[in-house]
Design a protein. Sequence first.
Length: 83
Amino acid sequence: MKIDQLTTERLYLRQWQQSDFPALASFFASAENARFVGGAKSPEEAWRVMATYIGHHQPYGYSYMAVVDKAANQLQGTVGLLN
């Protein structure tokens, strides 16, 4: 079973979209933000992280998902599992 989107009262947890990249790259550009997830990354490295999340979903049906605030329609973070 593939999980493409989960919905709560306030959030969408969904698969990554190309439009999410600027917010993800901004997050990883900050050493303070990224200190618990491997540290700061260049835009190229952040792109590879997002591509890994997307690619992991294909064979396994799950991965890290984008967490989006419904009201603001804004990326808030990521949550999920990897093998």
